[in-house]
Design a protein around this ligand. Structure first.
Ligand code: ARG
Length: 464
């Protein structure tokens, strides 16, 4: 262990300490390297707090003016990257307050923190920052859904195999596949809008844990900072990290959906499928095999899902079992949240880039359609002739078996052969072999007919 340093004069809480911190402890404790990202929110919060204290007579107008002047300069320093960090600047709150004292003098700067705690400050900074970031993510998510609905509109004629168990099941429109993911993303959009409402509530004016003793007007501060309302309990306000947790639950849930979407496209872009081709901007080559074009963008989208879930799970564990109100463990909520927001924001933009630039190959989709995918149409044909579905399903199964036995595709069986299975097959059974017809018959709401697809597009667009 290296020798402890003397307690710095500038340490905010230095008053009752006689010995210094272990140098590694200084680093270990420091959050400034990452919470400096909140410099602007920290200043806005401080100004709102000082204004409220002026209104309740704690600060004079002159003192408030000085505090504003000081912070204007500090903001300029952060903006121009000229803010000089000092050794004892533990976190963004300490750094800003220390610098304020240097600019306007400790006499007035020392009054800023009256009735205030860093516990309420960090919660305020994080919520303000997160609210604005989540609004950006909302915009990115809307973009992604828009690209999907635009493609679904323009490419509504393309028909592809729809899969269950990754086996060819029934023909669907390519648009139906696009929308199947778009509606999942839209659910996340609704969730996000709910989350933002809960993030955007003000802890300011709750003190260290017990509340503010100087009649501070919490509503006025909340209004000034653009919060939608107040957190109703001081002890909860400083202890709560639900806003970070819920954000990461939302983010990891969104990433799970992006990951499944990416997995589909990885499969569809393989040579074996060839339904889509990624733009060069979102693919890379192999250093060894010159023929390769890899869907790295999609693989990263799938891979980063794990990281975002880990951040969420990590914070759950950090918070579990914490005793009431603020504990330093809560500082551990900051870094995962910062990375989470960056990862989700980047992922949304990459996903939008991939989807808006990929080329679709409708011929490959059509070539992948197989007559066996129309077996259900044969059953439905018999149902329309009054045969109970269970029986119709069985008969249609025997048609498939007959084709298999003869080693021919189902659509090459003659009418006589079909009638040898069941005499109720008539010459009009031919129409069952039309993929377009099969798709158009799925016309009930949510189905893959053109009309039903357009209905989904309208519904989605109305949410954006
Ligand atoms: N840097 C701290 C955090 O991120 C700020 C709050 C410090 N409060 C305290 N009582 N030490 O949580």
């Amino acid at each position: 262990m290296s020798a402890p340093k003397a307690v710095g004069e500038n340490m905010l809480w230095g008053g009752r300490f006689t010995e210094g911190l272990d140098p590694l402890m200084v680093q270990y404790n420091q959050s400034l390297p990452y919470d400096r990202i909140f410099w602007q929110q920290d200043i806005q919060g401080s100004i709102a707090f000082a204004r409220a204290n002026m209104r309740s007579g704690i600060l004079t107008e002159h003192e408030f003016g000085e505090i504003q002047r000081g912070f204007a300069q500090i903001a300029e320093e952060w903006r121009t990257n000229t803010f000089v960090v000092k050794e004892n600047d533990e976190d963004i709150h300490t750094a800003n307050e220390r610098r304020l004292g240097e600019i306007i003098g400790k006499e007035i700067a020392g009054k800023l923190h009256t009735g205030r705690s860093r516990n309420e400050q960090i919660a305020t900074d994080m919520r303000l920052w997160l609210r604005d970031e989540l609004r950006k993510l909302e915009g990115y998510l809307i973009e992604l859904i828009k690209v999907a609905t635009a493609r679904a509109t323009n490419e509504i004629d393309y028909i592809m195999p729809g899969y269950t168990h990754l086996q060819k099941a029934q023909p669907v429109r390519w648009s139906q596949w696009l929308l199947s993911h778009a509606v999942a993303f839209a659910t996340e959009l609704q969730r996000l809008r709910e989350v933002i409402k809960r993030v955007n509530r003000s802890p300011l004016g709750t003190g260290a844990l017990a509340g503010n003793p100087f009649h501070i007007d919490r509503d006025a501060m909340a209004r000034e900072l653009g919060f939608d309302g107040l957190l109703p309990n001081s002890m909860n306000a400083v202890a709560d990290r639900d806003f970070a947790l819920e954000t990461m639950q939302w983010g990891s849930s969104l990433m799970v959906k992006i990951s499944r979407w990416a997995e589909d496209l990885i499969i569809y872009s393989s040579l074996e499928f060839g339904f889509v081709r990624l733009a060069d901007a979102y693919s890379t080559g192999s250093s060894l095999m010159p023929q390769k074009k890899n869907a790295d963008s999609l693989e990263l989208l799938r891979g980063k899902c794990g990281r975002t879930f880990g951040q969420m799970a990590g914070l759950m564990m950090t918070i579990k079992g914490l005793p009431t109100t603020y504990n330093k463990d809560l500082q551990e909520s900051v870094e995962p949240l910062l990375d989470h927001i960056k990862t989700v924001g980047d992922s949304l933009q990459i996903a939008t880039g991939v989807l808006s630039t990929l080329t679709v190959n409708p011929d490959k989709m059509a070539a992948a359609l197989a007559p066996e995918m129309l077996a259900t149409e044969f059953a439905d044909y018999l149902v329309r002739k009054g045969v109970p579905f269970r029986e119709a399903h069985h008969i249609s199964g025997r048609v498939v078996a007959l084709a298999e036995k003869n080693g021919v595709p189902m659509d090459t069986l003659s009418l006589e052969q079909l009638q040898s299975v069941d005499s109720r097959f008539g010459s009009d059974v031919q129409k069952c072999l039309d993929y377009e017809r099969a798709v158009e018959l799925k016309d009930a709401a949510g189905g893959t007919s053109k009309r039903a697809v357009r209905e989904q597009i309208d519904l989605l667009n109305s949410m954006l």
